[in-house]
Design a protein around this ligand. Structure first.
Ligand code: BV8
Ligand code: ZN
Length: 233
């Protein structure tokens, strides 16, 4: 059977469907993937260097500026055909992405394993940054400590509730579709393996091979914007 038809049949017939997405999901919207998130202004820095508490400690203005640049870029772009297709599904949607393109395409209850560009909070008291005092980074209105991006940095624990929901739904899934992730960053990269280990069927959409290939029953070598509308009918 044609792998696209097979994938479409598995998705249509899934009782407990999970979709797991990474930066490749937003690439066709014009959002650079994590590995090449440092285009233009930022090519002289290593993403894994900037996305850390140490970098923010060392140079808060540089790190805050990088996230503001990424947030403003996301605000200027739109969801792509892949986001629109996923939004038509009745599924548990788990994303590693910190953009809001799934929500803007209409997906509900999106589980953000690595936080969001749109949830800055105080780096000390943790309060949301509403009403923060102007600055680069802004200062918390409550305790005047620097506001930080609402994302999970390397070396930081993932939000417990998001991770718990992700692992439980992956373990319970009969079908999991993984889209646009290099499957290199843990513990998020475990998610597709959990479904495979528990006997679920994993379908991958990615133009390249990834370490997730071995957990996948079907590997669709293509982009989110091209493939997803063909398998979500
Ligand atoms: C933690 C938010 C511990 C910030 C991100 C072993 C076990 C556990 C941890 C580790 C471990 N070994 C090392 C670690 C530490 C580390 C880690 O995994 N390092 C890696 C580099 C080895 N993990 C951590 O630090 C995590 N925390 O372990 O804490 C702990 C526990 C308790 C208490 C205290 C501490 C936290 C990791 C989260 C980091 N934050 N994002 C920000 O965005 O700035 S990660 C970031 O990179 C993304 O969110 C994503 O998760 C990750 C990888 O990006 P991808 O989404 O996969 O995108 P990428 O660019 O890599 O690839 C794009 C893919 O798309 C490619 O495959 C490409 O082919 C494809 N593609 C391209 N175009 C398209 C496409 N696909 C479809 N369509 C297209 N058009
Ligand atoms: Zn504060």
């Amino acid at each position: 059977m044609d792998p696209l038809d097979h994938a479409a049949e598995l998705i249509a017939g899934a009782q407990r469907l999970v979709v797991f997405t990474g930066a490749g999901m937003s690439a066709e919207s014009g959002v650079p993937t994590f590995r090449d998130a440092l285009t233009g202004l930022w090519e002289q820095y290593d993403a894994q260097e900037l996305a850390t508490p140490e970098a923010f400690e060392r140079d808060p203005a540089l790190v805050w500026g990088w996230y503001e640049w990424r947030r403003e870029l996301v605000e200027r772009v739109s969801p792509n055909a892949g986001h629109d297709a996923v939004a038509r599904l009745d599924c548990t949607l788990i994303t590693q992405n910190v953009d809001d393109l799934h929500e803007r395409a209409g997906s509900k209850n999106v589980v953000h394993l690595h936080g969001s560009l749109f949830a800055p909070r105080c780096s000390a008291c943790g309060r949301p940054a509403d009403g923060a005092l102007p600055g680069n980074p802004p200062a918390c209105a409550h305790c005047e400590f620097p506001v930080r991006p609402g994302v999970v940095w390397f070396g930081e624990a993932l939000p417990m509730s998001a991770l718990k929901t992700a692992v439980e739904s992956a373990a319970d899934a009969d079908v999991l579709v993984t889209v646009g992730t290099s499957g290199l960053v843990y513990p998020a990269a475990e998610i597709p393996h959990v479904t495979a280990k528990m006997g679920g069927t994993v379908i991958q959409v990615n133009p390249q091979a990834t370490p997730l290939d071995e957990a996948c029953a079907i590997n669709l070598r293509g982009t989110a914007g091209e493939v997803l509308p063909k398998i979500i009918r």
